[in-house]
Every structure is written in C-alpha cells, then in structure tokens.
Design a protein around this ligand. Structure first.
Ligand code: NAD
Ligand code: TYD
Length: 359
C-alpha cells in the first residue's frame, strides 16, 4: 500500500480570523502551498479584518470566505454540518491590549466564548471519529505574564495573565486543554511572541510608528520605552504553525519566538534610522518625533520566549534577522500607502483620537 504523507491527504480546513494580520499570512500560505486542501476563512471583519489583505488569493479555487462571528453557535455548527471540516486553525481574536483595557467584555465574547463555541462545534461534529482531526489554537506569550530583566517563558511556565487581553487568551487556552483532557478532542496550541510584518494593523507599535514617521507625526512611546518585546517576522510565525499543524503532537503546546529582544525605545530608534535612509531624510530627523506619553495601565515589562522545544522536536528556527525583517516591512508599507490610508480612515481615526489625544 502506498503511504501518503499527511500533507497530501485531502482536508477541509476552517481558518478563523483569516482576514486579520497573522490570519491573512496563514491563509495565503495554506491556500498556495496546499492546493488540494479546501480552505474556509470565517471572519467577522471587525475593524482589524480586511479582505484586501487576501486580494491575491481571493479567486483561488480552494479558497472560500464566510463572513461571521466565531461566537455565533448556529453559524459555526452549520459550517461543521455542511462541510466535512477536518481541521481548525483558530486565529480570530480581539488582539490589542489597549482596546482590552477600555472594553474587556468584547475580549471575553470573542476570545473566550468564541473559542468555546468552536470547541463545542468541533467536539460534536467529530465525536464519532477523532482520527485525522486537529483543532489548532493560536495563542500568545502574554498568557505567561511579565518577566523581570532575566529568564524566559517555557511551555510549562505558570500562567499569570495581567491584562484583560492576556486574561482572555489564557482562558481560551485553558478551555482548549480542558477539551483535550475531558473529551479527548485532538488539540494543539502554540504561544508566540510579538509579530511584525506586512498587513499589521497600524494600532500596534511598529506599523503605527511607520505610519507616523511617513506623516511626520509624533511617535508615542509609553512610559520610558524600557519595556522589552521579543519580535518575530510574521512569515516565520505562520511557517511554524504549518509545521506544528502537520507534525506537532496532539495535546502539546509549542512556544514560538524570535530570540530577538528589543526595548521599545531602541526598536523605534532603529526604525527611525532605517526610515530616514529610505525617505532620504537627514539622519536623526525621525528620532526627533519620539514623544514619551503616559504609560499603559499594568504594562508588562518584558516578554521573552524559549522556543527550544520547537527547534529540537520539529526543526523550526526563525529565518530572518530583525534588521532584514524590519527592512522588508518598511518597504512593504512604503509601497502600500493606499492600504495604510484606507485602514486608518473611519473608525480607526476615532480610536486614535480617543487613545492619544484625550487622555
Ligand atoms: P488581528 O487583530 O490583526 O486580526 C484578528 C482577526 O480576527 C480580524 O480579521 C478580525 O476581523 C477577526 N475577528 C475578530 N473577532 C472576531 C469574531 N468574533 N469572529 C470572527 N472573526 C473575528 O489579530 P492578529 O494580530 O492577526 O492575531 C491573530 C491571532 O494570533 C490572535 O489569536 C492573537 O491572540 C494571536 N497572536 C498575535 C500576536 C501578534 O503579535 N499579533 C502574537 C501572538 C499571538
Ligand atoms: P503592541 O504593539 O501593542 O503589542 P503588545 O502590547 O501586545 O506587546 O505594543 C508593543 C510594545 O510597545 C508594548 O510594550 C507597548 C508599547 N507601545 C508604545 O510604547 N506606544 C504605542 O503607541 C503602542 C501601540 C505600544
């Protein structure tokens, strides 16, 4: 008998949140790399979801879009009933810490209730046969809390979420593990560090700063800019998800990180340096836009991932050095200024006003 590796087995995958930042890179990778998979993208198209992120693949024969909410049980159950879904890649979430501070319940609804709704639908639909099924939950390193100046997050680090966002993601992770232990649902989880790259919504530090440098607007840095994040290029993240989805062990958690720690201040200085060169501005001119603003409430000091398990078990490592990834990212934003101005219009303009000018 001929043995087909799993990547050649016909599958129907439900990707949630596929119109967002990471979701769009993940959807593109799977649609293009696995033309024999049917990919259904379920996305509510909140402010963060944008179908133009997927323009290049929207007509692919194996790609289907459904507009809807992951917390809508009737819709989710219908999708499972009508399509023989074999895998879920659950990316949909409310993802911005600052928004979670002003509207925590929106995070409970999407991140907790939405995840539990999908888990229940998968359990019901797959209960006759869990073989060759995977529920993959995409999560964040923020569930582990905040580090001091040393140490790393490991897969067995105790959860200690400190923002409404990380609390909602921690809760969703617990539900995923509970469904594995209680019902035997075949799950996988990954917890990744901060991503950056094309299609990143400009409410997050790097794209917000790129947009403001282009427009010669102040660069808001919370507190003294001493907080540390571990940055990973988004295409390296979705490559890790692909490997874990196909080769990772059921019931396991994998940390994904860049081994790439930067204080916010140093990161913004490096961004300013590269952008001055690209925009033909005098060296040091963008740095003058740095503006220290009131700190984020409960601001986690430092995140740093130990991704040794993923390297040792599945051979994944980041492929890009940060300077190179940042260079690619800046070039993408400079070549896609229409995308940038489209997404910062409308509701986002109101949010920006509220967040930075009325505090
Ligand atoms: P994003 O905010 O850019 O995109 C979220 C997507 O989910 C959007 O397309 C949005 O329309 C959709 N969505 C939101 N609520 C929904 C709902 N109720 N039903 C259906 N769709 C809904 O987020 P992102 O940065 O791409 O993050 C994706 C996932 O990766 C999240 O689960 C996040 O926690 C996780 N993650 C993000 C990072 C990061 O640095 N961005 C790092 C680690 C993990
Ligand atoms: P962010 O991109 O919101 O990601 P997260 O909070 O999930 O890590 O923020 C990254 C870091 O940048 C974080 O320490 C907060 C800080 N920050 C600023 O200093 N100014 C800003 O305007 C924003 C959005 C973030």
């Amino acid at each position: 008998m001929y043995f087909y590796p799993s990547k050649f087995i016909m599958q129907t995958l439900l990707i949630t949140g596929g119109a967002g930042f990471i979701g769009s890179h993940l959807t593109r990778l799977f649609v293009q790399k696995y033309p024999h998979y049917k990919i259904i993208n379920l996305d509510a198209l909140t402010y963060a979801g944008n179908l133009s992120n997927l323009k290049d693949i929207e007509n692919a024969p194996n790609y289907f879009f459904v507009k809807g909410d992951v917390a809508d049980a009737a819709l989710v159950n219908k999708l499972f009933a009508e399509h023989s879904i074999t895998g879920v890649l659950h990316c949909a979430a409310e993802s911005h810490v600052d928004r979670s501070i002003s509207d925590p319940l929106a995070f409970v609804k999407t991140n907790v209730v939405g995840t539990a709704t999908l888990l229940l639908a998968a359990k019901e639909s797959w209960k006759a046969d869990y073989s060759n099924k995977v529920f993959y939950h995409i999560s964040t390193d923020e569930v582990y809390g905040s580090l001091g100046s040393t140490g790393f997050f490991y897969e067995n680090t105790a959860y200690d979420p400190r923002s409404p966002y990380s609390a909602s993601k921690a809760s969703s992770d617990h539900f995923v593990r509970a469904f594995y232990h209680t019902y035997g649902l075949p799950v996988k989880i990954s917890n990744c560090s901060n991503n950056y790259g094309p299609y990143h919504f400009p409410e997050k530090l790097i794209p917000l700063s790129i947009n403001n440098i282009i427009q010669n607007k102040p660069l808001p840095i919370y507190g003294k800019g001493e907080n540390v994040r571990d940055w990973l290029f988004v295409e390296d993240h979705v490559r890790a998800i692909d490997i874990i989805y196909h080769k990772g062990k059921i019931g396991e958690t994998y940390n994904i990180g860049g081994h790439n720690e930067w204080t916010n201040l140093n990161l913004i200085k490096e961004l300013c340096r590269q952008m001055d060169q690209k925009l033909g501005r005098e060296a040091g001119s963008s740095e003058k836009l740095i503006s220290f603003v009131k700190d984020r409430a409960g601001h986690d000091l430092r995140y740093a991932i130990d991704a040794t398990k993923l390297k040792d078990e599945l051979g994944w490592m980041p492929s890009l050095q940060f300077e190179e990834g940042l260079n690619k990212t800046i070039d993408w934003y400079l070549s896609n200024q229409q995308w940038l101005s489209d997404v910062v219009s409308g509701h986002y303009a109101d949010y920006y006003e509220e967040q930075y000018h009325k505090r």
